[in-house]
Ligand binder design. Structure first.
Ligand SMILES: Nc1ncnc2c1ncn2[C@@H]1O[C@H](COP(=O)(O)OP(=O)(O)OP(=O)(O)O)[C@@H](O)[C@H]1O
Ligand SMILES: [Mg+2]
Length: 266
């Protein structure tokens, strides 16, 4: 199928797709937003944000997505989560919708609830199965050990935690229901370098120990290098290059990739 800009939802979104060893296949994905800057009396126009985006993420793989602000990274993650319905192309997911980890845990953690309550919530609302109170407690104990946060933090509120601890809590919340695919959208951008390193090590160990597949979004090529197996470089809604991290960084094929690498001092 060729690239097309349209305003009708002609795309297919499939959960439980038979896609072999991949957790996600995106084929010729196009996403448009309605342009709200229209002048009275004129027909509203559509602005195409993603153009013909095709890629796969394998089981247990960490795929990096890199590109400058506004290029469409978050739009792609929303499409993959099924939040954007107006798209063309195909999105095939082997399991359920992925869990999300965001840049700013403040915006995703309800400030009026304790950490314990917040971690229990995904299990209380689990449509797949019912968790007894004891099962919920046991699962929380398991997950906080995986993300290395202490039991004492469960009584606290989000504002009573450090940035690094908050990010660990949001990772814990994402893990509660045993997801196999996680999208981390700039998960360490708001953290200082030492804490960044710890959170990256945590994601890496979760990926290794749980076999998690991760789409790791970052504008920082250095961070991507530390953690990803493969990387996609996005420019103005198009994937201009994708491949193995080592080969893309050593031998970039696209001018834009070279510009980004130079800008990052790599
Ligand atoms: N709901 C929306 N309606 C209209 N335009 C939108 C909407 N959301 C995003 N956009 C536009 O789509 C483009 C891509 O935005 P997106 O948030 O996907 O970029 P991004 O790569 O995640 O940027 P950043 O690195 O700053 O997070 C931008 O031009 C943005 O202004
Ligand atoms: Mg974004």
């Amino acid at each position: 199928m060729s690239e097309q800009a349209n305003n009708t939802a002609t795309g297919t979104y499939t959960l439980g797709a038979d896609i072999g060893e991949s957790v996600l296949v995106s084929r010729h994905l196009n996403v448009c937003y309605r342009d709200r800057t229209k002048i009275f009396g004129q027909k509203s126009t559509m602005k195409q944000v993603l153009h013909d985006v095709s890629f796969e993420i394998g089981q247990g793989e960490i795929m990096g997505l890199c590109g400058e602000s506004g290029c469409g990274k978050t739009t792609l993650s929303k499409a993959i989560c099924g939040i954007i319905r107006d798209f063309s192309g195909e999105l095939l997911l082997r399991y359920d919708r992925p869990q999300m980890v965001f840049q700013d845990p403040f915006s995703s953690l309800n400030p009026s609830k304790t950490i314990g309550w917040l971690l229990e919530e995904p299990l209380r609302v689990d449509a797949q199965r019912t968790w007894s109170s004891d099962e919920r407690k046991a699962r929380i104990a398991e997950v906080i050990e995986q993300v290395e946060i202490s039991q004492q933090l469960l009584e606290r509120y989000p504002h009573e935690l450090s940035g690094g601890q908050r990010q660990r809590v949001s990772i814990a919340a994402a893990l509660m229901r045993h997801p196999r695919f996680l999208i981390a959208d700039e998960p360490v951008s708001a953290l200082d370098v030492t804490i960044q390193k710890q959170v990256l090590e945590l994601l890496d160990s979760l990926h290794k120990n749980l076999g998690l597949s991760i789409l790791f979004i970052s504008h920082d090529l250095r961070v991507v290098y530390q953690i990803c197996d493969r990387v996609m470089i996005m420019k103005q809604g198009r994937i201009v290059e994708q491949g193995d991290v080592q080969s893309v960084y050593r031998d970039p094929q696209h001018d834009y990739t070279r510009t980004l690498l130079t800008a990052a001092g790599l």
